[in-house]
Design a protein around this ligand. Structure first.
Ligand SMILES: [Zn+2]
Ligand SMILES: [Zn+2]
Ligand SMILES: [Zn+2]
Length: 331
């Protein structure tokens, strides 16, 4: 059973999940990837018996699944334990079961690896599954937040190469989101506007970090990106929760994500990245509390001593130069 611990000094939350070490992997301990082998890949159509029964499926016209959501066989958190509701139930060196839900979203029945290999309407359909799973968990009384993320490539921590994302719903709001919300609330009290909306205004005015814009979504290189080419995607109209995405917004968002990933592919070979969806906690009502966004973090360098030890990232390419290279790459 995974265990949730809080470091008694820093307050950092850590999940201890030894079972995850036994996960199957398509990757050797180097950058090399096993050749795709659909006959043994547990995520390919025809191999459904290798994975648990689906929690959710989107069927195509032929009745075959197009997107399939399953429980993670090697979860970092589990629903099969008591969930402690008291935040202050932690004492020095105490722990509690890591309560939560950990799902895998298999994004194509075909053995493809990158979201640029999906048709645009397939990717739009995948985004609507993200929305619908987040909607599902937003109504669960025990859950406060869910993180949706994608690991692409060995350097980004992927274990299987077949295109998929993961969702982890938890009874607490992760520290990263808490910090971003504190900044948003303080900024709103001072300036009377959402901090992300103001950032967007500035990025659109200045233009030097802009990467692409499609319909109501914009992509720019993060002003203080942690890695070269770190790119954020935001809706230009203020929106708290990703799970309120409309059907019509899925296509332009899919378009922009595909554009950004193709631009990144021209600069980084092979491209490994983490894509993370940051959305407001479930039930958050204060409109200016947050503004959902996607963070795409290419993994070009290993985190080393200074990053681990001091928590300060060293980025060897300025976001302004990175954005220019991405814009120039786009034909
Ligand atoms: Zn596969
Ligand atoms: Zn906003
Ligand atoms: Zn964020």
């Amino acid at each position: 059973m995974p265990e949730l611990r809080i470091d008694p000094i820093s307050g950092r939350k850590v999940i201890i999940a030894e079972d995850r070490a036994g996960r199957p992997s398509d990757f050797e301990s180097t950058e090399s990837v096993h050749p795709p082998d659909a006959s043994s890949c547990p995520f390919c159509a025809g191999q459904e018996q290798q994975t648990p029964n689906p929690l959710w499926e989107v069927l195509g016209e032929s009745g075959d699944w197009q997107v399939r959501v399953i429980p993670n066989l090697y979860p970092a958190v589990s629903l099969d334990c008591n969930h402690a509701t008291e935040e202050n139930s932690f004492q020095t060196l105490s722990s509690q079961p890591a309560y939560g839900a950990h799902e895998v979203i298999i994004e194509s029945p075909r053995h493809v690896q990158e979201l640029t290999e999906l048709a645009i309407d397939e990717l739009a359909g995948v985004l609507l599954v993200y929305r619908d799973r987040l909607r599902h968990w937003s109504t669960a009384a025990t859950m406060r937040h869910a993180t949706l993320f994608k690991n692409v490539g060995y350097a980004a921590g992927a274990s299987l190469e077949h295109i998929h994302s993961q969702l982890v719903a938890m009874p607490f709001v992760p520290e990263v989101i808490v910090r971003e919300m504190q900044a948003a609330k303080q900024f709103y009290d001072r300036e009377g506007i959402c901090i992300f909306c103001r950032l967007l205004q500035k990025e659109l005015e200045q233009g030097e970090r802009l990467v692409s814009e499609v319909g109501p979504f914009v992509a720019f290189c993060a002003y203080a990106g942690r890695q070269p080419f770190e790119t954020w995607i935001l809706p230009t109209s203020h929106a708290l929760h990703f799970h309120e995405l409309s059907d019509d917004e899925a296509l332009p968002l899919a378009n922009l994500i595909q554009q950004v990933v193709s631009q990144l592919q021209t600069q980084l070979k092979p491209l490994s990245y983490n894509l993370v969806l940051h959305t407001a906690p479930f039930g958050e009502q204060l409109p200016a509390a947050y503004h959902w966004h996607l963070e795409i973090i290419p993994r070009t360098a290993q985190l080393a001593g200074f990053e681990w030890g001091a928590g300060v990232h060293i980025n060897s390419l300025s976001p302004e130069h990175a954005a220019k290279r991405l814009r120039d790459a786009f034909i």
